[in-house]
Every structure is written in C-alpha cells, then in structure tokens.
Design a protein around this ligand. Structure first.
Ligand SMILES: [Zn+2]
Length: 251
C-alpha cells in the first residue's frame, strides 16, 4: 500500500514501523511548514532533511520514502525565488517525484504569485504536482485555485488534495487526480468510503497527511479495511491504495 501524502519529519520512528506492519511499503512526504520559513535556507534544509534523515528512518522499517519538494503557501520565505531556482536541481534526484505540497491558503497576492511560478516550472518539466486545498474557506479558495491551475498547467499532472464533500462537486470533473485525506477531525474512513461509493475509485488516491496535527499513521489501511467490509472489490481497493498513485507518480 501507498500513503501518498505524509509529513515524515513530524512523526516518531515507531509510526513507520506501524505503517509497515499494516502493509504500507511506499509513502510520499511533502514539503510543508514545520518552522517559520523566513529565508530560503530553512526551506532548502527542510527538503534536504526529508531526503536524508526521514528517508533513512522509513527505510530502516522497510518503507520506501519519496519526496514532494516545493514552497507551501503557509511558509513562503522572503527570498523564495532562491528555492524556485534550486528546484530543478532538487528534482533531478529520482526520489523527488513531485512538486508539493503547493497551493493557496488565504489567497494573498504573494501566495498566488509563488504558486504560479511553481506550476509553470512543473509544466515545463512535466512533473506531477500535489495541490493543497485549505481547511478554512475551502470552497471559495478552491474556486480561485482551480482557475489558477487551469491557466498555468496541464491539469492532468495534478493531484488536488484534501478533497471532501464540501468541494467534491467542484473538482470531480477535472482531469486531475483527487486526494482523500483520512485524518481525525478531517475525514473518517467511512466518509471516504461514502465518497468512493458515489464517485467510483478511478480518480482517488488515499493518504493520511500525518503531521504534528492530530493524525493516524494507519489511515490508509483502515480505509481499505472499511472498503473491504463495505463490499468493494480487491481491484478497487488496490487502485485507491496503490495502483493510482504508482501510475500518477511513476513509482
Ligand atoms: Zn500536508
């Protein structure tokens, strides 16, 4: 199984063991905002840590850790252009499989500018992108976001993440893949199952988004278990917990 969106740097060693025992063998850790990223050096060190320290911690538990690198909208360094300048070189590492997570949080001009630059780079390099949708004002911000995406990138290269019942109708007809984040306070395994029952499994990729916020490293296996109890086929379970992510990220 694949947990397609985690924040490995915020989690204890033991979580990787739990994930592995439950059947997760690959995961993608996304760049985010563990510190106030005031300058580019902090963001770049953060990405480096994911590739060195966290990849090793996962490996020791039998999990292959991939990385999504980029500038999270909640932590834009004042010299962010230095990160964008370094991204093509960072993306040469085969373990870096996407730009992410990127997006908009409040919709400020700076957030939009930084997002557009990263989308244009991804479009040029033909690399997948993990798009963050916020908790607050989710519908309003997602509508603004979708227009920016449409204008700046081939949308089949996008995984629009943290999709829930509030925004599913806005995004279901997009060419993009859709991430279901199963997390305490965000979405239960049962709610994810209900969404997949209504819309099928072709577009969805499961993840825990485990971070320093309330999280469950077993979100993906628990959701697959729930799918099994609700009568989904082996192939359907395999697609959302593995095949769709393997194809999208080429991992
Ligand atoms: Zn995240």
């Amino acid at each position: 199984m694949i947990d397609a969106h985690i924040h490995a740097d915020t989690r204890p060693y033991e979580d990787f063991e739990k994930m592995a025992i439950a059947g997760i063998n690959k995961t993608i850790t996304c760049a985010h905002d563990p510190l106030p990223m005031k300058v580019s050096a902090v963001t770049l060190e953060h990405i480096q840590r994911l590739l060195e320290v966290d990849a090793q911690r996962a490996k020791e538990n039998g999990i292959k850790l991939y990385v999504a690198a980029g500038i999270h909208p909640r932590s834009i360094p004042r010299d962010y252009n230095k990160v964008i300048k370094d991204l093509p070189q960072i993306l040469e590492d085969k373990r870096v499989v996407a730009i992410g997570e990127i997006g908009i949080e409040e919709g400020t001009q700076l957030e939009i500018k930084v997002l557009k630059e990263q989308l244009q780079l991804a479009d040029e390099l033909k690399i997948p992108v993990i798009i963050h949708t916020p908790r607050k004002n989710k519908k309003k911000i997602t509508r603004i976001l979708l227009q920016i995406l449409e204008d700046n990138i081939d949308t089949s290269k996008l995984l629009i993440d943290h999709v829930n019942t509030e925004i599913i109708k806005e995004v279901i007809d997009q060419e993009s893949m859709l991430g279901l984040t199963i997390q305490p306070g965000k979405m239960t395994p049962f709610e994810a199952v209900m969404i997949m029952r209504e819309y099928g499994v072709d577009k969805f990729i499961l993840n825990s988004d485990m971070s320093s916020a309330p999280s469950d490293p077993l979100s993906v296996p628990k959701t697959v278990h729930k799918m099994c109890l609700e009568g989904f086929s082996d192939l359907e379970m395999l697609r959302v917990s593995s095949k769709n992510a393997e194809k999208f990220f080429k991992i």
